[in-house]
Design a protein around this ligand. Structure first.
Ligand code: S3P
Length: 426
């Protein structure tokens, strides 16, 4: 796929539904009694993997253009699958479903694509094991394929070394089935969609500081879920608006939950002209339209408890930093190495190829911004966020940027290139 420098950008865009919330709506709906109807569901490959896994576990899920209907069978209604569950590229599917399967009265084999088979699963195997679960890594390398045999679980108080909503959610889901209370303490608060949505489905969950606690629950109840637009998808248009001269973009209906909204803080701290309009909580999660316009950006330091609130946005923040004046330091983000690709290595390689001054560190990167960028050959490394980040980088780079493997955007944003094209002013 080839991209050229654009003259300007402008107009309105509606990004697709939030990936994290879409996964959870299908999962919790499957475990609830009765009907769960989900509107603005993300029809991306990752969320479709979640649907396919729960169908294999005996749940009827109807997927029509206007809504997803999940006919939940209750916490004890799942049935053994007669084939291996395939989570595709999705870490959220793999880790959250493991917490559920750890308590079912049958054995399940769970795997995914080449990237999933490299990603660390010990982070869930250890706490779930401490609850009594029997989870084997079939290649004995701490990665999928996993063989999960459900057991009677007991509640634990777990202190996690990583701020990870996937780890936290896997443990909380297992906690629904465990004897006694289960809690997870994180080093910094990760996204809290599981806590909010589980409570909405009738679970007893509470949060204090960075500790989330759940009680075993006899029943969850089917609900209507309206999924807000994904701030992680909006982030590409936020960056595009900030770096492109003359640009003004309105991004409609974006989820701005504070455990996800670090990109808004960073955009402002870098000098970005960004405003929230029409703020509301109609969907149970805070939502707003985001108006962004071209700004002269400067480098900043991004670290600490802000990192989990923007972990998926760091590739696009690195692009913003390359177009900003001065130095940007990103630290405390070693998790980037175990995402869909090693996002530190891949950003350093690709941004360097475009002429940026970027150095990788053990837990992040340092970017000396303001060097003019030029087109280059970019490998997306089968990582949707890398492909989208470099499509945005190309907008102000001289010459042609070629992105190899750019179709992987179908993981989280199938219509990304069409939506981007709709904003281009020749
Ligand atoms: C997610 C949590 C984050 C994030 C991922 C989605 C979720 O992963 O990077 O894209 O839906 O819970 P970690 O839990 O590994 O930080």
């Amino acid at each position: 796929m080839d991209f050229q420098k654009v003259h300007s950008l402008g107009g309105e865009v509606t990004v697709p539904g939030d990936k994290s919330i879409s996964h959870r709506a299908v999962m919790f709906g499957s475990l609830a009694e009765g009907r769960t109807e989900i509107t603005n569901f993300l029809q991306g490959a990752d969320c479709l993997s979640t649907i396919s896994c729960f169908r294999k576990l005996g749940i009827e899920i109807e997927n029509t253009p206007d809504k997803i209907t999940v006919l939940g069978k209750g916490l004890h209604g799942l049935q053994a699958s007669d084939s291996i569950l395939d989570a595709g590229n999705s870490g959220t599917t793999t880790r959250l479903i493991s917490g559920i399967l750890a308590a079912q009265p049958f054995t399940t084999t769970l795997t995914g694509d080449a990237s999933i088979q490299r990603r660390p699963m010990k982070r869930i195997m250890e706490p779930l094991g401490a609850m009594g679960a029997d989870i084997k890594s079939l290649r004995d390398n701490g990665c999928a394929p996993l063989e999960i045999t459900g057991k009677a679980l007991k509640g634990i108080h777990y202190t996690s070394k990583v701020a990870s909503a996937q780890v936290k959610s896997a443990i909380l889901l297992a906690g629904l089935y465990a004897e006694g209370e289960t809690s997870v303490t994180e080093p910094a608060l990760s996204r809290n969609h599981s806590e909010l949505m589980l409570a909405h489905f009738g679970a007893t969950v509470h949060t204090e500081g960075t500790t989330a606690t759940i009680l075993p629950e006899p029943k969850l109840f089917g609900r209507a879920i309206s999924v807000p637009g994904d701030i992680s998808s909006a982030a590409y248009f936020i960056a595009a608006g900030l770096i492109t001269p003359g640009a003004e973009i309105l991004i409609k209906n974006v989820g701005i939950n504070e455990t996800r909204a670090g990109i808004l803080q960073v955009a402002k701290d870098m000098g970005g002209n960004i405003r929230l309009l029409n703020e509301n909580r109609d969907s149970g999660e805070p939502v707003a339209d985001i108006l962004v316009s071209h700004s002269s950006l400067h480098g900043i330091v991004i670290k600490g408890s802000l990192i989990p609130t923007l972990i998926d946005e760091i590739p696009i923040i690195a692009i913003m930093a390359a177009y900003a004046d001065g130095q940007t330091v990103i630290a405390d983000a070693a998790e980037l190495k175990v995402k869909e690709s090693d996002r530190i290595a891949v950003m350093v390689e690709n941004l360097s190829a475009m002429g940026a001054d970027i150095t990788g560190t053990d837990d992040g990167m340092i970017i000396n911004g303001g060097k003019p960028l030029h087109g280059a050959e970019i490998s997306a490394m089968d990582d949707h966020r890398i492909a989208m980040s470099f499509a945005i980088a190309s907008l102000q780079a001289e010459g042609t940027t070629t992105i190899h493997g750019g179709e992987c955007v179908n993981i989280s944003y199938p219509a990304f290139y069409q939506d981007l094209n709709s904003l281009i002013k020749a």
